[in-house]
Design a protein around this ligand. Structure first.
Ligand SMILES: Nc1ncnc2c1ncn2[C@@H]1O[C@H](COP(=O)(O)OP(=O)(O)OP(=O)(O)O)[C@@H](O)[C@H]1O
Length: 486
């Protein structure tokens, strides 16, 4: 970085007061010099007790706190510094390789930490970031605890409006409903909503996933059994349909039901009747049956793994939840909803337009479940500041996809790297571009030159750049191999 850039930054930076608490005078001196050069006012203290007095008096924008202090140690004093400064960022200085202390520091509310001995460049980067964070910190205080209904189905897209309409239309009736959609699209949420808005809402709601049941016991689980029906049946036992009397049953992943059980389910659906395993007595079922699937039942019928009569019976009333990538406009309200549920400060300010555009580009193979987990992850990383794309975990791979396509993951890595490097007071775009080219061009050039057998004229033609430019860049990267062009 050249000195004029430095000077520009210094004048642009707002002056803040930084409190340095360390009993080593040399560290206080070095940090003071570095921060004063940045345009900040620096106050120092050699113990936690003295530091706390200073903190209350000067209200610093940043506290740099050593862990090892003469009386009270930095980790124990950390919450007191947060309280005294109204949550100013605290950068903790720990001994080299002391993971336990670093973890304890972050747990106690430290924004970042430096390990001794540290380079001043690193200290400067960490301090700049912490100050920028404190400037960005969302100041709005959440005065009332925002209540979020965990069963709420959030969505403003036309597709979700259609789903809401369908739920409203079918809820009152006793119709069986098949809810379809990829994993994580909210099928179970919809089933629960249908039950909640139905006449049966006072009765039980029992979701069950046949795939989670022992295949030998599946019929007994659903319909119950009588004593002695099979080895181990030491007593009569009621099944799911009996326990759900006057209520609703959700058969999750109905496509996993064995064919023999499908016949019995059809009988319940058509005649409202079933028998316990080992019993001749016919019982009447007073349950509403909802089913969900993320597989193509039509295809399962074609393969002979799903009965056609049951298929027609179940698909009479179908609610389809489209994948999240087809309803990108739901991403913003869903993020708000999940952040509100986490009591994140000012959820409406936490997601910028730029971040939203990034999130809307992602494939979300795990749909809303993946988005929810990703927002929860990002909220932990961002700790009260607005979220950035690099706070989010990488996208989940799609079905049968080992990972996202190389080009996509390259794009994502570059984006994460660039955003974090550019973050307030980080690298200039020009520095970043130079570093980016230095990281990518040598590999590309080597491959193209190998392809042309070292012929630079051909390589520059293929690359669409001037031969002289290629020569200069190869020299810069130390790739001055002999040119085989004639
Ligand atoms: N529209 C939505 N609004 C709010 N939360 C949602 C919505 N859709 C899904 N979720 C949340 O996403 C998670 C997954 O939803 P759910 O279990 O209903 O999906 P599913 O389609 O049944 O998944 P699977 O097929 O894997 O069982 C849950 O935490 C749920 O609360």
């Amino acid at each position: 970085m050249n000195s004029s850039t430095d000077a520009r930054r210094r004048t642009a930076a707002t002056q803040h007061t930084v409190l340095v608490v360390d009993d080593e005078p040399s560290i206080c001196w070095a940090l003071e010099k570095m921060l004063t050069q940045e345009g900040h006012a620096v106050v120092t203290a050699s113990s936690a007790e003295e530091g706390l007095e200073q903190a209350a008096a000067v209200q610093p924008a940043l506290v740099i706190l050593d862990v090892r202090l003469p009386k009270e140690d930095g980790i124990t004093a950390l919450p007191k510094f947060l309280a005294a400064t109204h949550d100013a960022p605290v950068v903790v200085i720990t001994a080299f390789g002391d993971l336990e202390t670093a973890v304890a520091a972050v747990k106690n509310g430290a924004t970042d930490y430096l390990t001794k001995p540290f380079k001043l460049d690193d200290a400067l980067r960490v301090c700049r970031q912490a100050i920028a964070e404190s400037e960005n910190r969302i100041t709005q205080v959440v005065t009332t605890k925002s209540e979020v209904n965990p069963t709420a189905i959030v969505g403003t897209s036309p597709a979700m409006q259609q789903v809401f309409r369908q739920i409203a239309l079918v809820a009152e009736s006793d119709l069986s409903v098949l809810i379809t959609g990829e994993t994580g699209t909210g099928k179970e949420l919809v089933a629960a909503a249908i039950h909640r808005h139905s006449r049966r809402s006072d009765g039980p709601y029992l979701p069950i996933a046949p795939v989670a049941l022992n295949p030998d016991l599946i019929e007994s689980e659903l319909f119950g059994h009588v004593k002695g029906a099979f080895t181990g049946a030491s007593d009569d036992k009621a099944g799911l349909f009996e326990r759900a009397e006057n209520g609703t049953v959700l058969l999750d992943e109905i496509g996993d039901l064995p064919l023999a059980t499908q016949v019995k389910l059809l009988r319940v659906l058509e005649q409202g009747q079933y028998s316990r395993v080992g019993d001749v007595r016919t019982r009447t079922a007073n349950v509403r049956i909802l089913a969900a699937t993320n597989c193509d039942l039509h295809e399962a019928v074609g393969k002979g793994t799903f009965r056609e009569d049951l298929f027609h019976r179940m698909t009479g009333m179908q609610i389809h939840l489209p994948p999240l990538r087809e309803r990108a406009e739901d991403i913003a309200p869903l993020c708000q909803h999940f952040l509100t549920a986490l009591q994140y400060p000012a959820p409406d300010q936490a997601i910028s337009e730029q971040l939203l555009a990034e999130l809307q580009k992602q494939p979300w193979h795990g749909n809303v479940r993946e988005l929810k987990n990703a927002v929860e992850h990002a909220a932990v990383v961002a700790r009260s500041r607005p979220l950035f794309i690099h706070d989010f975990p990488p996208p989940a791979p799609g079905r049968g996809e080992a990972s996202s396509s190389p080009q996509r993951s390259l794009e994502q890595s570059i984006s994460r790297w660039a955003v974090s490097a550019l973050e307030p007071n980080g690298e200039t775009p020009q520095d970043l571009h130079t570093k980016f080219l230095a990281a990518t061009e040598p590999t590309l050039f080597k491959i193209i030159l190998a392809h042309t057998g070292g012929n630079r004229a051909k390589a520059s033609e293929l690359l669409g750049i001037h031969r002289g430019t290629l020569r200069d860049r190869l020299r810069t990267y130390g790739l001055d191999e002999p040119d085989t062009s004639s």
